[in-house]
Design a protein around this ligand. Structure first.
Ligand SMILES: [Zn+2]
Length: 233
């Protein structure tokens, strides 16, 4: 694996982790071709992010871009992803967020195209952790419209969809952000299969949802929950 003596221990570790998550996302079909982008914020506030145009499943640590919070390059390295704005808007509003994954997971994107609500409380694991998955209105990729479209959601959700386009998941580290991408696509797959088999989806009864939300306190689950904070509603 490529390394550079100028990198701190933190930078070397985060660069390797971003490459690993890009590889995993590619293997899991959450991205194809040059789709998606992955980033991590360092202690000094600069952001390491996958470069524009590259296949994120085959990156080496030295191929990542390094930008400030305005998206400007801070070294002579590769150019940042054109979707860097999605990452910066999350870091700007959420001091607790240290990593962002943007991918195009097929089942989740298909549900937004079909207009199927991923906020509906159906899967216990989702209800007790992130609550639901809100969807942002359409924003034109490659323009500031895209980052603006999720600005109201990044404040109150860790997992969200950009309609007809892709997912944005936020984490305290890159593995945490990837875990939420994994959960999102798995959930979307189940909802899709159920929707096709049944011809529609129904939420769990309110009483069951209330009881599950009450277990959060007992189990010490402190994740942002969109059923509790009505994010995207
Ligand atoms: Zn995208």
């Amino acid at each position: 694996m490529s390394t550079n003596p100028a990198w701190s221990e933190e930078e070397a570790r985060l660069r390797a982790a971003i490459c690993r998550i890009g590889e995993l996302s590619y293997q899991r079909n959450y991205i194809v071709g040059a789709d998606g982008n992955f980033s991590a914020r360092m202690q000094d506030g600069t952001v390491l992010i996958t470069p524009t145009g590259a296949m994120k499943g085959f990156l080496e640590p030295h191929q990542l871009a390094k930008v400030d919070m305005q998206g400007q390059p801070v070294d002579g390295g590769p150019r940042a992803s054109s979707e860097v704005g999605i990452h910066l808007v999350a870091y700007k509003h959420r001091p607790d967020v240290r990593a962002v994954c943007h991918a195009h997971p097929p089942h989740a994107v298909a549900l937004t195209i079909a207009g199927i609500d991923m906020q509906m409380p159906i899967i216990p694991e989702i209800i007790t952790t992130i609550g639901g998955i809100p969807t942002a209105p359409f924003g034109t990729p490659g323009t500031p419209e895209l980052a603006a479209s999720i600005e109201h959601l990044v404040r109150c959700a860790d997992v969200m969809m950009m309609t007809n386009h892709g997912s944005v998941t936020l984490g305290t580290n890159i593995l945490d952000a990837y875990k939420k991408l994994d959960m999102l696509e798995h959930t979307a797959k189940i909802l899709w299969l159920a929707h096709v088999a049944k011809g529609g989806l129904e939420p769990l009864p309110e009483e069951s949802v209330r009881k599950m939300l009450a277990t959060r306190k007992l189990l010490g689950i402190t994740t942002r929950n969109t059923l509790e904070n009505h994010c995207g509603r």
